[in-house]
Design a protein around this ligand. Structure first.
Ligand code: SF4
Length: 290
């Protein structure tokens, strides 16, 4: 099985991403986000482990690249906590930064700044997920990921080194983190030009974790997801008009501050004001290979 594969998020008919490839250095992730979708598909998900034969396989596959965008990563975070010791993602970036590709890192970790030297060798961008600017709330919903205040500092450091950054406000869970107005203002103030947003979709595993952590919120969400909502690609979604209201509020807030906006797997792509995943920022990058 190839390490680098076509990006096809769980065969979602609602994905509006441009053609790109995807690559996960690790199987699983140790950030323990309660809403994590990938944990529904991958056994022992929170036991994060490196891919088998990672480095030799990547060397072979990277030699065949022809300038494609590689999104790292979509079924795990490329900077789990173990990465600080293993340095495996760094070794992968050492290989990819000498290959013919463009890199889109997706992470919640501050550790990405360690690899700025490699990300400046090829066209690269980083998409940092910030679901809330409330450190205490983030500790409950993303218990082992760095706090959002530190992620904001990470973004500033990346931008200062001319690495384009988009922010994912994803997922938005009604009654918990559905008012990101202050966050959007703060993002605009530090120079963010693209935001991607998406509402929480339930799967049995993530619903169980959310119900345990936030029983009162789960009671309020239950009828919205399981009676009035829609079932799309084995996920339970909020009702479409409710999703539209949340997404449109964010679109208006971003537009007001000169930030481009994209929805993710919402069936609301008419609200997008740019390529949904922020990959348009790659064309603005200055860090082209010499
Ligand atoms: S960082 Fe991403 S992959 Fe890791 S637990 Fe959180 S949602 Fe899942």
């Amino acid at each position: 099985m190839s390490l680098i594969s076509k990006f096809d998020p769980w065969h979602s008919a609602l994905c509006t991403c441009p053609p790109k490839l995807t690559f996960n250095p690790y199987t699983g992730c140790d950030h323990h986000c309660i809403y994590c979708y990938a944990s529904s598909y991958i056994p022992r998900f929170f036991n994060c482990r490196p891919k088998k034969d990672l480095i030799p396989k990547l060397k072979k596959e990277a030699a065949k690249l022809k300038g494609e965008i590689i999104s790292i990563a979509n079924s795990s975070d490329p900077y789990p906590n173990v990465e600080a010791e293993t340095g495996l993602t760094r070794k992968c970036l050492e290989i990819l930064s000498c290959s013919n590709c463009r890199i889109q890192i997706i992470t919640k970790s501050t550790l990405v700044t360690r690899d700025i030297d490699l990300l400046t060798k090829v066209p690269s961008m980083v998409s940092v997920t910030i679901t809330t600017d409330d450190n205490a709330l983030a500790k409950l919903i993303e218990p082992h990921a760095p706090p959002p205040s530190k992620r904001l500092k990470t973004i500033e450091e990346l931008l200062a080194r001319d690495i384009p950054v988009s922010v994912r406000i994803d997922p938005i869970i009604p009654f918990l983190n559905d008012d990101p107005q202050t966050l959007i203002k703060n993002l605009a103030d530090i120079g963010i030009k693209h935001v991607t947003a998406s509402t929480y979709k339930t799967k049995p595993g993530n619903w169980q974790r959310l119900s345990t952590a936030f029983p009162k919120t789960a009671e309020k969400l239950k009828p919205l997801y399981f009676q009035k909502g829609e079932k799309i690609s084995r996920y339970s979604y909020l009702p479409k008009d409710f999703r539209h209201k949340i997404m449109n509020t964010i679109r208006i807030a971003t537009e007001k501050r000169g930030i481009r906006f994209g929805t993710c797997r919402e069936n609301l792509s008419h609200l997008n004001t740019a390529t949904c995943d922020g990959s348009w920022l790659l064309s603005k990058t200055n860090n082209t290979k010499s």
